[in-house]
Structure formats: C-alpha cells, structure tokens
Design a protein around this ligand. Structure first.
Ligand code: SF4
Length: 181
C-alpha cells in the first residue's frame, strides 16, 4: 500500500474521499475547484522556481504490512529547510497542516533538512507556519496507521453530511443515487 500527502490531507477532509482516491476512482479532472487551485499556484508566485526545488520522497515500511510513504513537494527551500505550500482555500484547514507535516516528516526520515513549513493563502493574504514536534510526529504516525487501516477495508466509508460536499469533485458520484436531503 502507498500513502501520500494527498491521502493524509483527505483523511482530515473526508475519509470516504480518501478511500475513493486511494482506490483510483478519480473525478478531479472535472473539478473547477482543482483547476482554480492550479491556476493560483502557477500565477501567484511565478518567481518561485528560481528559489525553490521540487523534491520527490519515499519511505519504505518500517513494520511488516506497513504502508510505503511517498510525497512530491513542489516548493522546498534546501538552504533554509523550509517547505512552502500554496492553498487556494479561503479558510485555513487542519488538512493543510497535516499535509505539510507529512512533508516535513518524510524529509527528516530521509535525513534532509526540514525546519518548518509555510502555508500561503493568497485569498486570505496570510501565511501560516507549520511545526513538527516529537508529539506531532507521534500524532502523524497515528493518522498514517489509521488511514492505512481504512484504505485496506473493502467497504467505502460512509457519506458526510450533504452540506459538507458541495465543492467536492465526487459530489455527483456520491449523491446521484442518494435520496435528496
Ligand atoms: S461528496 Fe461528500 S461524502 Fe462524497 S467524497 Fe466528497 S465530501 Fe466525501
């Protein structure tokens, strides 16, 4: 099994969405939200390619039947050991913090400098700093284990409340056969 940063993000958003994504049932190409996110990433900081490096990481399972962990970091500052992440969201979310903590975790496990992360929210004009303490690491390992357990089940997790699904790319998939609410 492979667990990446997207799945750790989705673990905090909707575990059903995480399961669908992990089982390669994908709807993102139809989503305007995803397109908007890409657009913000490409147009807000066009100069960042000069300063930041793209990094791909992996970590083999430390326990039998454990998950292989992988990540692709778009903007990593190797001199300061800082991970940058841009979010198009108009609200800060725990899922964003968890994703960046996962990046920091994988960098450190690969003996690569990882001091902290910065999540930039262009719509909010705010930047949030993300740390990874020893306690944070333990919590993250718990999320990874739980995400792996959920993904390994054959049953897709239940739906969220419909009010939380409006901007989800799986909306039609999840709700087209459900009674209106
Ligand atoms: S539509 Fe709702 S229940 Fe379905 S994956 Fe998206 S957030 Fe989860």
């Amino acid at each position: 099994m492979n667990i990446n940063a997207t799945l750790i993000n989705l673990y905090h958003v909707c575990q059903r969405e995480m399961w669908l994504h992990a089982h390669v049932i994908r709807m993102e190409h139809t989503s305007d939200v995803v397109y908007e996110g890409k657009l913000i990433g490409e147009t807000t900081y066009p100069q960042r390619a000069e300063r930041y490096t793209e990094v791909e990481l992996s970590l083999e399972p430390e326990v039998p039947d454990g998950a292989r962990l992988t990540a692709k970091i778009d903007f990593y500052d190797p001199h300061r050991g800082v991970v940058h992440e841009v979010k198009k969201s108009a609200a800060k979310e725990q899922a964003h913090v968890a994703q960046v903590q996962f990046y920091l975790y994988l960098l450190r496990k690969n003996q690569i400098k990882a001091e902290y992360g910065l999540i930039e929210y262009p719509k909010l004009r705010q930047t949030e700093r993300v740390e990874l303490s020893v306690a944070d690491e333990a919590q993250l390992e718990g999320w990874i284990a739980e995400a792996g357990r959920i993904i390994a089940t054959e049953q897709c997790p239940p739906l969220l409340a419909k009010s939380k699904c409006r901007s989800c790319s799986y909306y039609d998939f999840c709700w087209s056969s459900e009674p209106a609410s």
